[in-house]
Ligand binder design. Sequence first.
Ligand SMILES: Cc1ncc(COP(=O)(O)O)c(C=O)c1O
Length: 388
Amino acid sequence: MKENLISRRANSVGRTKIRKMYELEKTLDNVISFTVGEPDFHTPENVVKACEKALAEHKTGYAANQGVLELRRAISDTIFKTHGVRYNPETEILITAGGMNALRAASEALINPDDEVIVPDPYWCNHFHHPLMELGKAVCVPVSEETNFMYDPDVLPKYITDKTKTIILNSPSNPTGRVMDEDTMRRLCEVCKEHDVILISDEVYDHIIYDDIKFCSPVMFDGMRERTVICNSFSKSYAMTGWRIGYAAGLEEIINAMLRINENTLASPTTFAQYAAVEALLGPQDEAKAMVKSFERRRDIMVEEINKIPMLSCPKLQGAFYAFVDIRGTGLSDDEFCERLLLEKRVSVTPGSGFGTNGAGHVRMSYALSEKDLLEGLSRIREFVNSL
Ligand SMILES: Cc1ncc(COP(=O)(O)O)c(C=O)c1O
């Protein structure tokens, strides 16, 4: 067999610590899992019915490579309602196979190998891995509790060079559960305009936001529509992770480049799933809203209970369904903490260092699990910490 059988691209990425913990926990019994970021709810019934109808009507052939026009129109209207910005469904919206495909196609469309991509650290793994996969160079900007785990627009310019092409923004954030406030967003947009960089705005958690905090997108600010690519998905907002439907919205030139990339790899996602996604946007929103209410209740439990445990802290959580818990007080490394917690108490959480060097000393806990399991898991964590 050839020595260099596997490409440098594939060898530049490993498995994530999320998947490693997930696979380890599957080898054990009675585990309470806080690892995978997936709503524990079913897809709303009206969406399932719309899919059945599309199948019965034989909507089973290829869709247009840009995606079903009806869905692009529904997305255009939705973005207009939520962001106050209009995208032309004919030319400025692309339907993708989930948010991941939107992000990847955006990077492939924009980034050359010598370009730099700014990524927050801690980051969501794919944001960091895409540039690593021979697309460009990832430049990590450390973020911390001090700035609500968001970029500090006063510090960001230090990391921008002539080669900086894009900045990855993810608010609400995975893994930290924080949301960028309006003032910081405004200042971040000024930096992007001043330094002529493109923002890739990963908005997959835009519906999952608490305490009446208003979702804020860069495109809401002057001059940003032309330098932002919105990447979004139905996975989290409508409990549709397995349907693999997402989208990108941006300038025609960029969307067209992304379409050319996808035309050669994916064509378009599953046609009948796209018709179901139309119903997700235009049909009743009660189930999706009830899901967010449940996440909010669990968020309250998380923050209250974690902060009662000595040596752990998690001051606030504003969106998505992740807690990024500071475990430095225990004296254990995050890898040790996770391994011992799983083996000794059968509770699975992800080491923060899996989300970047700056995530070390933390663990990520996805609270997309029932309140009963959540309380049981937290009680086992308390026992574990007390036993140290
Ligand atoms: C921040 C973020 N962006 C994008 C995605 C991709 O979601 P999907 O491809 O399922 O739509 C995820 C999934 O975990 C995520 O956490």
